[in-house]
Write a protein that binds this ligand. Structure first.
Ligand code: SF4
Ligand code: SF4
Length: 323
């Protein structure tokens, strides 16, 4: 399929320059329609069926989305050239070209991202964590975070550190943790282990977190956080399953992108006055954050439940159901 930008001058109210837009975005442009959402809706259907298209209209987006559903084809992309450039002051062509180039990016990325896990694994807990580390250390690069020096084993096939996990963020392949009172083992010497002086706020990264503390989960909706595995340390079958799953989290994985966010439509805040927070309130995974006048969605944390799109009053967030 060819990738194409479908242009419309909205009843002659603007003048898109197909040549300039095409050269900036690298996309083929359609001829310039004048009433794509009404009299020329059959042309829109044909364009959508023939090619992978971005339609240069946001206002009538629901109409084209419904058309795609009716035709049983993937929804097109959208970019608002009219309100953001065509009806503004000054030369419209460079603005339209920039907007079109920006709109190509999500398509370039496809509807999935590659997530790379090299197998660095942080295991949290007590004696169950040490046992899990012994099982996983031939497959993963394991570090165990303990809070009791007496639990540090003689086994040197994996690393052990002392400390308390203060904070964790991220997902498979890109976790970041902050550890208080971190003490690293000092190799060598006779007798018991020596440790470095405690350090608060130490930062580290890992690809996988195996949580065998039996305590409060580190993340909201923990079962939806890819790369985060947890099990009750007193329940051996659960621990065995979590260890098995952790061992298979090495390599390159495809992360589907479920959500499209059109920030220009988001009514999160205006003139520093908070307005809509519907999607933030319903997102179970914490994937949505405030980013000034609009929100931002972390695709690595989004679990694709679609709740945000269901409560968005402006259509700023739309949901691509998994195929
Ligand atoms: S689909 Fe929306 S509500 Fe659901 S996890 Fe993703 S961002 Fe959050
Ligand atoms: S629900 Fe829609 S309009 Fe409201 S903050 Fe979220 S994206 Fe913006």
């Amino acid at each position: 399929m060819t990738r194409k930008l479908v242009l419309c001058d909205c009843m002659g109210s603007q003048s898109p320059d197909a040549k300039v837009i095409s050269s900036a975005s690298g996309m083929t442009c359609s001829r310039i329609y004048t009433s794509l959402c009404l009299d020329q809706i059959d042309d829109a259907a044909r364009e959508m069926a023939e090619d992978e298209v971005i339609i240069a209209c946001q206002q009538e987006r629901p109409r084209f989305e419904a058309l795609a559903a009716e035709l049983g084809i993937p929804e097109p992309g959208f970019v608002d050239l009219r309100d953001r450039a065509g009806w503004g002051e000054g030369p419209a062509a460079p603005k339209m070209a920039a907007l079109a180039a920006e709109a190509v990016l999500p398509l370039e990325m496809g509807r999935a991202l590659d997530v790379v896990s090299e197998g660095t694994c942080l295991i949290l807990g007590g004696s169950a964590a040490v046992e899990a580390a012994a099982q996983l250390c031939d497959t993963l690069a394991v570090t165990v975070l303990l809070d009791d020096a007496a639990l540090v084993p003689e086994d040197r096939r994996f690393d052990c550190v002392l400390g308390q996990l203060r904070q964790a963020s991220g997902a498979l392949g890109a976790f970041e943790v902050k550890i208080d009172a971190l003490q690293q083992l000092v190799p060598g010497g006779r007798g018991g282990f020596d440790f470095t002086a405690p350090q608060d706020g130490a930062l580290s990264e890992c690809d996988i977190i195996l949580d065998l503390t039996g305590g409060t989960p580190l993340f909201p909706a923990p079962e939806k956080r890819e790369g985060y595995l947890r099990a009750d340390p007193s329940h051996a079958p659960s621990v065995a399953r979590a260890v098995f799953e952790a061992a298979h989290l090495v390599g390159t994985f495809e992360k589907p992108l479920h959500i499209r966010l059109e920030t220009s439509l988001c009514a999160h805040s205006r003139a520093e006055q908070p307005a809509c927070s519907n999607c933030l309130n319903v997102c179970p995974t914490g994937a949505i954050t405030s980013a000034g006048e609009h929100v931002a969605v972390d695709p690595m944390i989004c679990a694709g439940c679609g709740s945000c799109s269901a409560v968005c009053p402006s259509g700023a967030i739309s949901y691509d159901a998994p195929p």
